[in-house]
Design a protein around this ligand. Structure first.
Ligand code: IPE
Ligand code: IPE
Ligand code: MG
Length: 253
């Protein structure tokens, strides 16, 4: 029996060193799905799944920043999620406060910078206030960027970019001849970010649900049946290991 312990340790070591390989995705995007089903399976109200999911966010932030990921974009609320019952939406809008109250000190310790993408102004005042505080408190951190997609919709982001481009053509001397993919990207919420290398979706659903439509043109997708509140370091590392095996060709050979 005693033989087994060193063997396991070695195996674990081998897995850990595999995680340290150079091929770590620079930008990881996550569709955190399955909170409601997690709760329902336990006979609990949907909101308790959202509450539990907050801890999974913290676990992933920690492991991603330690693994050398440069940017982590987390889909927290879509432009379509307003369709849900008001009581659920109200609860979701209180979660940033819950998350930051518990974990902002740890985020600071990990040198993580917080930002958001999406239509921020349309969020409730109390939600905006806590997020603005977190963005401001972390603005000088130069570690991983933790980017929350809040009231985010990929199609709206594209329409908004077109609208801004038209405005710059009409009023700011932009020429239509300057328009190319690179310039277009500069009109998206994600202008400071490289496109996601790896996109993870939990809960067994295999769709984008209007997330990062433009940006995920050549992203590697990884799906898991794990429900978001059960997501942890081990599942994240599994996704990283699989990513490291992928061959990205971008249409070439
Ligand atoms: C993801 O979990 C959280 C948000 C979309 C805000 P869901 O609430 O979508 O959980 P399911 O998909 O209903 O299980
Ligand atoms: C996508 O999940 C949005 C977030 C995770 C924030 P949904 O649960 O809203 O997606 P659909 O409705 O199953 O496509
Ligand atoms: Mg869902």
């Amino acid at each position: 029996m005693s033989m087994k312990i060193p063997f396991l340790k070695k195996k674990q070591k081998a897995e850990e060193s595999q995680d340290d390989l150079e091929n770590v995705p620079g930008h990881v995007a996550i569709i955190m799905d399955g909170n409601g089903r997690w709760a329902q399976r336990k006979g609990l109200p949907r909101i308790s799944g959202h509450k539990e999911g907050v801890h999974a966010v913290n676990k992933v932030v920690k492991i991603a920043s330690q693994s050398g990921v440069k940017a982590l974009t987390m889909f927290a609320f879509s432009t379509e999620n307003w369709k849900r019952p008001k009581s659920e939406v109200d609860f979701l809008m209180k979660l940033p406060k819950e998350f930051l109250h518990m974990y902002l000190p740890e985020i600071m310790d990990n040198n993580v910078r917080i930002k958001t993408i999406g239509e921020f102004d349309a969020l409730p005042e109390h939600t905006k206030k806590v997020i603005e505080y977190a963005v401001d408190s972390t603005k000088n951190n130069d570690g991983m960027l933790l980017n929350f997609a809040l009231n985010y919709g990929g199609r709206y982001e594209i329409i908004r970019a077109v609208d801004k481009i038209i405005h710059d053509i009409d009023s700011n001397g932009l020429s239509i001849n300057e328009l190319d993919e690179e310039l277009f990207s500069q009109y998206l919420y994600t202008k400071e970010l490289q496109d996601p290398d790896l996109l993870i979706r939990t809960s067994g659903e295999q769709r984008l649900s209007n997330f990062l439509l433009w940006q995920s043109a050549y992203t590697e997708f990884w799906f898991t049946d794990v429900l978001w509140p059960d997501f942890d370091e081990h599942v994240f590392k599994e996704a990283l290991r699989e990513y490291q095996q992928r061959k990205r060709r971008y249409g070439g050979l």
